[in-house]
Design a protein around this ligand. Structure first.
Ligand SMILES: *Cc1c(COP(=O)(O)O)cnc(C)c1O
Length: 428
């Protein structure tokens, strides 16, 4: 699963004690494990090897250059959703032909940036967007490859904020409209419509929604072929789950067992597959270290007030997301055997783990059974590598945290903690 484990009563990140990282880099700090990042990428690649996909890491899950460089160096492409992410992907050394670009609101300057970089695939989400891309490509004298994002109307049974493939979302076009889309735009000489794109939501804890949506996309491909339109690329999107709780999510092999047999025949006849995993690579490859500032009792409640909050990790308050949180040095008898909501262990007390932000919704966990903690204790928030730092904000004028990359027995700061001067640097 990952390389964050308790040894001799304390949490280690690969070979480095978490305390040593906090002592050197301060808190709050995101800590990434290089071996975990590479391991997750390798497992996805091995599971899907029979269909030899281009694996485009979703930069929005964790865009740190050190993370992107690590993955690009291992052959990953990048899935980007803005000009800023495209800039990151290129800066990290990702070859442009391995970059795919999705997003409903691409601006003219972002489209031009993508065309000039010569990226592999533009994923188009609407008719007016396609017309705009074709217009800009013509004006620049460029050609590009495009995939139509189709909306397979499949419910991934995840949080409503991260459901993206049902009929009433802003993403993609309904699958019935795809025929008309290809008839209208499928012969454009500059923006070449060569693919179909799916991304149904995230995290998708079940393989069935993939089977359903990929099945619909393949049927559409056959129907389009009968009309003379060749679909050369199927981008299956992302959404594979991460292990927020030990053993609760399908593995890369589980997803592959469901998806590969469906697409294998088409791949043998020339279809190219793209995958866009983000969370399943980055989430378990990162933890957030935070220091307890105060322990406060109000009525029956115990509040553990930390130096990380919704500004640092938004997922608990925004998505009701579960992150396992545990002391880095939990004390005798409290080394966690697994990451679960209700650890079977004596001496735990329910506590609200909250941040310093002036919002009632500023929490990392509510009524969480944890060992009792004290001011000064270091806590680890697990599975925080994806949609952690990338969603962090400066709300309440709290500078952004540091990021650290661990590699074996060594670690280095890969984004320095922001200073107070950084906070006002753009304000004359
Ligand atoms: C966010 C996103 C992904 C990545 O989703 P994960 O759940 O992190 O795997 C992939 N493709 C698109 C188009 C996305 O918007």
């Amino acid at each position: 699963m990952d390389h964050f484990t308790y040894e001799a009563g304390e949490l280690r990140c690969e070979g480095v004690p978490a305390e040593a990282i906090a002592a050197a880099a301060g808190t709050p700090t995101y800590v990434y494990s290089r071996a975990t990042l590479e391991g997750h990428l390798a497992r996805i690649a091995a599971a899907f090897a029979p269909v030899d996909p281009l694996i485009c890491y979703s930069v929005k899950s964790c865009g740190n250059l050190a993370v992107c460089r690590t993955l690009a160096a291992r052959g990953a492409g990048m899935d980007v959703v803005s000009g800023g992410e495209l800039f990151r992907a290129l800066r990290a050394g990702c070859p442009p032909e391995r970059i795919v670009y999705a997003g409903v609101g691409k601006r003219d300057d972002e489209i031009a940036q993508a065309l000039e970089a010569g990226i592999g695939l533009l994923n188009v989400e609407s008719e007016p967007e396609f017309e705009n891309i074709a217009r800009i490509a013509r004006a620049l004298g460029r050609t590009c490859r495009c995939a139509l994002r189709v909306n397979p109307d499949v419910d991934p049974r995840t949080h409503r904020f991260t459901t993206t493939g049902t009929k009433e979302t802003k993403f993609g076009v309904d699958i019935e409209r795809a025929h008309a889309f290809f008839r209208t735009y499928g012969r454009d000489a500059h923006a070449r419509l060569v693919g179909l794109h799916l991304h149904i939501g995230s995290p998708v804890y079940d393989t069935a929604p993939y089977v359903e949506s990929v099945g619909k996309a393949l049927a559409l491909r056959d129907a389009l072929a009968r009309e003379g339109f060749a679909v050369e690329v199927l981008d299956v999107g992302g959404g594979f789950a991460a292990d927020y709780e030990t053993g609760r999510s399908p593995s890369a092999a589980d997803y592959a067992r469901a998806i590969v047999p469906l697409i294998e025949p088409a791949v043998r006849s020339g279809l190219r597959i793209v995958l866009e995993p983000g969370r399943s690579i980055a989430a378990n490859a990162g933890i957030l270290l935070t220091r307890v500032q105060y322990v406060k009792r109000s009525g029956d409640k115990t509040f553990v007030i930390c130096d990380a909050g919704m500004n640092t990790l938004l997922r608990p308050s925004h998505y009701d997301a579960f992150h396992f949180i545990w002391p880095v040095r939990p004390g005798a008898g409290h080394v966690p055997p697994a990451r679960t909501r209700e650890p079977a262990m004596a001496g735990l007390v329910p506590q609200d783990v909250v941040g310093p932000i002036c919002e009632t919704g500023d929490f990392l966990a509510l009524d969480r059974a944890m060992p009792p903690v004290e001011r000064g204790d270091l806590l680890a928030v697990f599975t925080a590598g994806a949609y952690g730092m990338s969603m962090a904000s400066r709300y309440n004028s709290v500078p952004l945290p540091a990021e650290v990359m661990v590699d074996g027995d060594a670690f280095r700061v890969v984004r320095r903690r922001e200073s107070l001067e950084d906070l006002v640097a753009h304000e004359p």
